[in-house]
Design a protein around this ligand. Sequence first.
Ligand code: IMP
Ligand code: MG
Length: 175
Amino acid sequence: MYIPEEIKEVKFSEKEISDRVKQLGAALTEEYRGRNPVFICILKGACVFFSDLIRAVECPIEIGFISASSYEGTKSSGKVDISFQGKLDITNRDVVLIEDIVDTARTLPEVIKAFKALSPKSIKTVCLLDKPSKRVTDFKADLVGFKTEDYFLVGYGLDCDQKFRNLPYIGIYNG
Ligand code: IMP
Ligand code: MG
């Protein structure tokens, strides 16, 4: 297995991630059957999780992409930049926002605010990882893959300065 020297420990293995993604997909299948929701991938971090998760959902969905960023290196900058990618009409649609990780919880409330302005029918949030120890807002995701301690995590889409997104597991960064 490819483990770069900057990775201190594998925190969530490919198998653990894939089992949990299947459970999340099954929960979403139950919830959205017959509703044709739009799943939104929050780039770049959620790209790997998103592509696995949508294939674990067994009912019709549509997909869309936005980018949101607040991190510089291993610290949150506190400022969130959001941009919509391509055409996205979500008026009166059920929207499911897919995010990689909630840390201070500044990003998702800002993304929700931007989507609310577009008059969707509903908005739910799914996060693969939740690091509750550094919260600055009282945001809670509707579905969470794993709760974790305050490590800086990389892999499975998560980066440190744009690196390590391609690791198939989630590891603790030793920087
Ligand atoms: P928040 O606004 O502090 O909740 O930041 C969430 C965003 O910060 C996520 O979408 C990630 O892009 C990034 N982030 C937070 N913690 C980590 C981490 O441990 N590894 C990689 N990115 C992280
Ligand atoms: Mg992100």
